[in-house]
Design a protein around this ligand. Sequence first.
Ligand code: PLP
Length: 396
Amino acid sequence: MLSERAKKIKPSPTLAMDAKAKAMKASGIDVVNFGVGEPDFDTPDNIKEAAIKAIKDGFTKYTPVGGIEPLKDAVIGKFRKDNNLEYTRDEIIVSCGAKHSLYNIAQALYGQGDEIIIPSPYWVSYPDQVILNDATPVFVKTYEKDKFMLRPDALESHITKKTKAIILNSPSNPTGLTYDKKTLEGIAETALKHKLYVISDEIYEKLTYDGFTHISIASLNNEIKARTLVVNGLSKAYAMTGWRLGYTAGPKDIIRAMTNIQSQSTSNPTSIAQKAAVEALTGKQDFIGTMLSALDQRRKFLISELNSIPGISCITPSGAFYAFPNTSKLYGKQAEGNKISSSSDLALYLLEKATVALVPGDAFGDDGYVRLSYATSMENLEKGVKRIKEAVSKLR
Ligand SMILES: *Cc1c(COP(=O)(O)O)cnc(C)c1O
C-alpha cells in the first residue's frame, strides 16, 4: 500500500495536456509547443569542455556531499559580484538542481503544523514540496494591477502563529514579473517582525529586460540575510537543465541540516557537472548576453502579438521567458461545440483546434491566465501566434 504522503500528491494538472500534445506530435501533427520551461539554447562549449576534461582526468568519483570547494568558492564569488552578499563555505550547499535545493530546504524546515506562505500564481512544485513534508501551503493571491507582486499588507494578513516561512520567486515563473526594492523591503520588514524564514528562488536572476536589475531580498540588510535561504542554479542562465546543478546560501545551521539530509538521499551532485559549473560561474559570461538579446526580441514580438488579439491582454514581463496573458474575457464563449469556461478548456481547445500547446493558468493557481514560454524560435512564435489568433477569432 502507498504511504499517506504519496496519496496526498496530485498528478500534475499539466500532465494530461502534455501527454496529449506529445501523442499528437508522435502521430505526425505539427504541434507548436509553448509549454516547455527550459531554454532552447545549447549549453555553451566552454562549459561542455570543462565536463569532458573532468571525465578525461578521471574526476568521476564521489565528492564532498555539499559540493567541491572550488565550486563553493565560485558560488561565493557569484554572490559577492552579483548580489553584494558575503558567504562562507559552510553557508553554501550545492545540490542536484534548484528544485532539489528547494526540496532540501523543505525537508530541513517544514513540518507538521507549519504554514508556508506561497504567493499565487506560483511555480508548480512549491505547494507539493510543502505537502510532501507534512506542512500546509497558504496561498496569497497577487494581482495583475500590482504586477503580481506580493503586497506586504496581504502577507501580514495571512500570517498566523503557525506561519514558518514564505516562498518568493523573482523573476517569476509563471508571470515573468520582477520585484522592486520597495516591495522587497516591505516583505523583509514583515518577515522579520514575525520571525519568518524567506526562501528566495532566484533561478531567473540573469534573465531580466528593459534595464531591470535583479535584487536579492537577502542583500537588503544583515537581519533579513540571516533568515533568508537564497536558491539559485545553472539551469536557466547557462542552458544547463539536464546537468542538474543548483545551490543554496543561508544560515549555517540550516545548510548543515540540508547537507545531512542530502548525505542520506542523493549524496553529492554529479562530479562532472560540478566541474562544468565551476567553468560556467567563473568562465566567460558572453553566452548570457547572446541568449538574452534573442529572448528579448521574442518577448517583444510575443507580447505585442498577444495584445493584438481581441479578448486577450498581456502585461509586459520584465524577467524569465514566459508570457502570462489574461484570457478570462474568453471564458463563456464557444466555437464549433467547444465551450470555453476555464484556462484548461482554452488550452485544450487551442491544442485540438490550433495545434498549439500552452499551460493553463490553473496549474499555477490562477485560472484567469495561460502561460506561454518564448524559449522557442521566432519561426515557431510567428506560426503559433497566427494559429492562436485564428482559433480565438472563431470564439463567439
Ligand atoms: C526551472 C525552475 C527551477 C528549477 O530548476 P532546476 O533545473 O531544478 O535547477 C526552480 N524554480 C523555478 C521557478 C523554475 O522555473
